[in-house]
Design a protein around this ligand. Structure first.
Ligand code: PLP
Length: 430
């Protein structure tokens, strides 16, 4: 292990790699190859039989992805990770790895719209039922659980409501019932380690803050190594009974000599092997670059977003500002419990003038980009009612926290004076 540090700032620079064993390159090389030559037929057979771990084919693994995986696993406090082509692939694989047709899982209603669609419309065609519950009351997860429930799913800092998820509350219910909690930590890397609060699995769209520069699409799943799949063997036949797709391997048994990585290794050698949603080595390199400055960037995103939220909350044309730091009661308690070092880079606000004002505001911005992304170093804005949420009815929009006058900002790391000046001139035009 190249570092013994427990500090995220150090881990994202030093975990999993010191210098390239072939060339001594300090920067992680981009291994732009499809395949890796076997040393012998015995070596090849051992790799396929998982008797030893090593590179075979870039759809399944590569040394570039491997460094990213080790670093994100270290950042999240897990034991191993699996890099994938997108955040969507990571959400799908995280659930599908333990859910068969006929099974169900329970998800927070407070999740990204793309994940909602995946769970509600695409996974149902696979025979996997998603039961959506309001996370405001964690007991809703218990109420929705039955013998076929395979996991819980939530987002640490979900937009647009920005109400932080009750991680340890739901993880505790899962512990009692033998159900692992999967947390999407896309919007709050560094600020929160869901695994420390009891999540069994965390995942991120690396497209956002991990990459940080809006250049590459990717996703990653992190295994805490802490969930006891064998103790709950009846709930997890996919990990505890012979897998016909891998010459009858029982994953919890087969993987034992390699560490507590049955879940993540199975995802790699079955789902990734079959579905092929692999991250390219080039994108893995881009995410490694992004990761090197993530702690610094998150600090600046948080400081700027906090200043923006304060400013907007006093503006006469703004009727409501949504930001975890400005919340009260239980939602504020959760924000303070789970987010450390800031409240994230996302700010929502509602304009008094409704949908027309929302559109006018977006059209008047000069420095903010009008895009559907979040987590870029540049400041970004979107009017959800006319874009990301336009396929929903007005009632459905309101249920998800989106009103006509609602605007979402992903606050960047520019100088705060320039950010506030752009917002002020756009507000003046409304
Ligand atoms: N999870 C969250 C919270 C997101 O915001 C997104 C994308 O916006 C995703 C997952 C999906 O990630 P990707 O766009 O990388 O597929």
């Amino acid at each position: 292990m190249p570092t013994q540090s427990q500090n995220v700032e150090t881990l994202v620079l030093h975990a999993g790699y010191r210098a390239d064993p072939a060339t001594n390159s300090v920067a992680v090389p981009i291994y732009q190859t499809t395949s890796y030559q076997f040393n012998s037929t015995e070596h090849a057979a051992n790799l396929f039989a998982l008797k030893e771990l090593g590179n075979i084919y870039t759809r399944i693994m590569s040394p570039t992805q491997s460094v990213l995986e080790d670093r994100v696993a270290a950042m999240e406090g897990g034991v191993a990770a699996l890099a994938l082509a997108s955040g969507q692939a990571a959400s799908l694989f995280a659930v599908q790895n333990i859910c068969h047709a006929g099974d169900n899982f329970v998800s927070s209603t407070d999740i990204y719209g793309g994940t909602w669609n995946l769970f509600q419309n695409t996974m149902s065609t696979m025979g996997i039922e998603c039961r959506f519950v309001d996370p405001a009351d964690p007991e809703n997860f218990r109420r929705a659980t039955d013998a076929k429930t395979r996991c819980y799913y939530g987002e640490t800092l979900p937009n647009p409501k920005l109400a932080v998820f009750p991680i340890s509350e739901v993880a505790k219910i899962g512990d009692e019932l033998g159900v692992p909690l999967i947390m999407d930590n896309t919007a709050s890397p560094v600020l929160c380690q869901p695994i420390k609060h009891g999540a069994a699995i965390s995942m991120l769209s690396t497209t956002k803050y991990v990459g940080g520069h809006g250049t590459s699409i990717g996703g990653i799943i992190v295994d805490s190594g802490k969930f006891d799949w064998e103790k709950h063997a009846e709930r997890f036949p996919m990990l505890n009974t012979p897998d016909p797709s891998y010459h009858g391997a029982v994953w919890t048994e087969a993987v034992k000599p390699l560490g507590p990585i049955a879940y993540i290794l199975k995802a790699r050698v079955t789902l990734l092997r079959d579905i092929g949603a692999a991250m390219s080595p080039f994108n893995a390199f881009m995410f490694i670059q992004g990761l090197e400055t993530i702690a610094l960037r998150m600090r600046q995103h948080c400081a700027n977003a906090s200043a923006v939220a304060q400013h907007l909350s006093k503006h006469p044309k703004v009727i409501k500002t949504i930001f975890p730091g400005l919340m009260t009661g239980e939602v504020k308690r959760r924000a303070d419990t789970y987010l450390k070092g800031g409240y994230g880079g996302l700010v929502g606000f509602e304009l008094a003038g409704g949908a027309a004002a929302g559109r006018k505001f977006i059209e008047s911005l000069k420095m903010f980009y009008h895009v559907a992304n979040i987590g870029d170093v540049r400041s970004l804005a979107i009017h959800p009612a006319s874009t990301t949420h336009s396929q929903l009815t007005v009632e459905e929009q309101e249920k998800t926290g989106v009103t006509g006058g609602y605007v979402r900002l992903s606050v960047g790391i520019e100088h705060i004076d320039d950010i506030l000046a752009d917002l002020d001139q756009a507000l003046a035009a409304v």
